[in-house]
Design a protein around this ligand. Structure first.
Ligand code: ADP
Length: 700
């Protein structure tokens, strides 16, 4: 048997086994050292598994298939391993000695195996943790053997060592797996942290992009109101450069007059009140801007902050202001318009009316608003208005305003001219908008005018009738006068020619005076008759080709004695003129009349110039005198019937004011023109006659 020294060495060897080796190798080593120290034939080590079954974990000096053979033998014998000495150790927790296997009943099932493998004695030692048997260390000797106290002690110590190793190894394994788990956990954690970091980074980037690209200004202020951060839009909106504002109190950009108001608001915001307000600020260049400010309190890194979002609403404010002004202007216009303006709903209930309207209806706004228009018009007008509005609503184009009769509160009637149009919202009509004016005065005037007009018309008709009767009378009386004068002249001539016996010279002179005056009378009657016939358009004309040269010469010759009487010179400036189609007697009547007037209104030793010439399509005759002239404003009137410039002239110069009107009538019958001119040196009468074409057509 082993000595003390090698036993100790063996134990120290066992203790110094590298337990970091594989678990099986460690157990194998312990078994090997124990068996070698014991000079044993062989040995086994078994452990109790979780099912309380024994499992061989190491063997020494035995063939590989030994454990399998042990189990097979047990099966063959119909016993379990617990029947073996190992089972006894498990039960008792103590060593089990088998000095001779062939004499040990517990070994009987495996006798053959013992013989075959060549061992004869065995020691079974428990491996324990506390009181619990966790396995067995078994040493087999070749010969039958009585195990000594020392040998038992040694194997027991070795078993206890093995038990420690098993426990350590088990702990190690579990530690190892714990460490592995921890490692994996750590890796997973690191992965997670990385992921979270990335997410956080992404969301921060995202948030930053939003803040930077936002059109709204975004800023952060500290608890005292100092601006700590602002995006580009913020600085654009407030109109201050970033470096002038960061770190400054917000009040710096607030106009002085609303400092107090803004500070109050700041305190309210700090106490959590309100989330939106309007504010006015001043840019660096002094421009006023209106902002819409939203704010929210936030805690960033343990400090209270105020996040502010601003929008520039200056344009909107400006528009709002303009709108207000234009509304006020419109209201002013509406209220003070001289026309009456109203709005009604589609059913005709009045919704609005201006002051002029109230004046017309003689009522207050309170009395008229909400009433139906029919309350304020006569039945006939209501019908007219209804038809008019229906047309408007049905979309018919009605441009003409209508005249209607309104009834005021106290029953007075007024005439109104009204126009209206439908108020449309999209496709539907929501009301009627109208304008009107009081035309009562106009109506009264119109009525008066109408009456006046009727009266005038009647007078005109009466006058026309009187004029016709006068003309009729003149033409009748002229005829009646002509006959006696012809007879007077005939008898005067007979007397003058001594046909009724001899008359002396004095009597002859008397007869000559009678004859001259009768002649003058007959001329006047002729004029009257001509004028009357011209007016009735039945003066007869004998048209034929006539020479104006001979007409002018004959007229001058005829008139010559009168000119000579007043020592008036007649200057002729007459070129050769073509024949024209005309009435010789009537044209001669015109030239004689003009020449006679010239002589009549020209003083002694005056001068008369007769000019005549032609151009392409007309002949012009002018008779100019150096007489009393004609005032400019009378030039056209002298051609009117019975017109004489001055009543006194008729007495001084004679005549009845018909000559020129007859001349005008005759010239117009020849499609010609006659007019007069006058300057400080006398008058000129012009006559223009159209030339006659080859065919002699007057209407050329
Ligand atoms: P009366 O027979 O009265 O002359 P007329 O019709 O021939 O009537 O002339 C109308 C009026 O025109 C005359 O009364 C005269 O006042 C004015 N009148 C006509 N011819 C001349 C003239 N050559 N010079 C100045 N006044 C003239």
């Amino acid at each position: 048997m082993v000595d003390e020294k090698s036993k100790l060495k063996s134990l120290s060897n066992i203790a110094s086994i590298d337990i970091t080796l594989e678990f099986d190798a460690v157990l194998q080593n312990i078994l090997k050292i124990t068996c070698e120290t014991m000079n044993a034939h062989s040995g086994t080590m078994m452990l109790v598994d979780e099912n309380n079954e024994l499992v061989m974990v190491a063997s020494y000096g035995l063939a590989h298939d030994y454990p399998k053979r042990v189990h097979e033998a047990a099966k063959k014998a119909g016993v379990s391993l617990t029947f073996s000495p190992s089972g006894a150790v498990l039960e008792t927790g103590k060593c089990y000695l088998v000095p001779n296997v062939f004499k040990e009943p517990r070994c009987t099932p495996w006798d053959d195996l013992s013989k075959e493998f060549g061992f004869s004695s065995q020691i079974f030692t428990p491996m324990k943790r506390g009181l619990k048997v966790i396995g067995l260390l078994n040493v087999y000797m070749a010969d039958p053997h009585h195990f000594t106290e020392e040998e038992i002690n040694f194997v027991t110590i070795a078993a206890s060592q093995a038990s420690s190793v098993v426990q350590n190894a088990r702990m190690c394994t579990s530690l190892k797996s714990n460490i592995q788990e921890l490692k994996e956990y750590k890796e997973r954690l690191e992965e997670k942290i990385k992921e979270t970091h990335e997410k956080l980074y992404d969301s921060e980037r995202y948030l930053r992009a939003i803040i930077e690209s936002s059109l709204d200004g975004i800023a952060v202020m500290d608890e005292q109101g100092r601006i700590e951060f602002g995006n580009d839009s913020f600085f654009n909106i407030i109109g201050w450069p970033r470096k002038k504002i960061i770190g400054q109190f917000f009040i710096k950009i607030v106009p002085y007059d609303i400092n107090g108001f803004c500070l109050n608001m700041w305190h309210e915001v700090q106490s959590g009140a309100g989330d939106r307000s309007e504010a006015r600020i001043k840019t660096k260049d002094g421009e006023m801007r209106y902002l819409l400010v939203s704010h929210a309190l936030a805690e960033i890194k343990g400090k209270k902050k105020c996040v502010v979002i601003v929008k520039n609403i200056s344009e909107y404010k400006k528009l709002e202001l303009e709108l207000k002004e234009s509304e006020a202007r419109y209201r002013e216009l509406f209220e003070n318009a001289s026309d009456f303006i109203w709005t009604s709903d589609v059913k005709g209930r009045l919704l609005a009316i201006n002051n002029s309207g109230l004046d017309i209806f003689g009522c207050t706004r309170y009395e008229i608003i909400g009433t139906h228009f029919s309350k304020w018009f006569t039945p006939e007008s209501i019908k007219a208005i209804q038809e008019y509005l229906e047309k408007q609503i049905s979309g018919e184009v009605v441009e003409q305003p209508i005249n209607v009769e309104a009834v005021s509160k106290n029953g007075g009637h007024r005439w109104l001219e009204i126009g209206a149009r439908a108020i449309k919202e999209g496709d539907s009509i929501t009301g009627i908008h109208g304008i009107g004016r009081d035309i009562t005065e106009k109506k009264i005037l119109e009525q008066r005018l109408k009456k006046y007009h009727e009266k005038l018309k009647k007078s005109y008709e009466e006058l026309k009738e009187a004029d016709r009767m006068k003309t009729e009378f003149i033409s009748n009386i002229s005829h009646e006068l002509f006959t006696p004068i012809t007879s007077i002249n005939g008898f005067v001539e007979l007397l003058h020619d001594d046909a009724m016996g001899r008359v002396n010279d004095e009597q002859k002179r008397c007869l000559e005076i009678i004859h001259r005056n009768a002649d003058r009378l007959s001329r006047l009657i002729k004029e009257l008759l001509d004028a009357a016939r011209l007016e009735k358009n039945d003066l007869e004309f004998q048209f034929g080709f006539v020479s104006l040269n001979s007409i002018l010469l004959k007229s001058i010759e005829d008139i010559y004695p009168q000119a000579k009487n007043k020592q008036i010179t007649i200057i002729q400036n007459i070129g050769p003129l073509p024949l024209i189609l005309g009435d010789e007697e009537r044209l001669t009547q015109v030239t004689i009349n003009l020449l006679a007037n010239a002589i009549k209104f020209t003083p002694q030793r005056g001068r008369i110039t007769v000019t005549a010439g032609e151009d392409t399509d007309q002949i012009k005759i002018s008779i100019r005198d150096t007489g009393i002239g004609i005032p400019a404003d009378k030039l056209s009137r002298i051609f009117d019937r019975f017109y004489q410039i001055d009543g006194s002239t008729s007495r001084k110069y004679g005549g009845i004011g018909l000559g020129l009107s007859i001349c005008k009538g005759i010239i117009e019958k020849h499609n010609g023109l006659i007019w007069a001119e006058s300057d400080g040196n006398g008058s000129t009468f012009h006559v223009v006659l159209p030339k006659t074409s080859e065919e002699g057509n007057l209407d050329a």
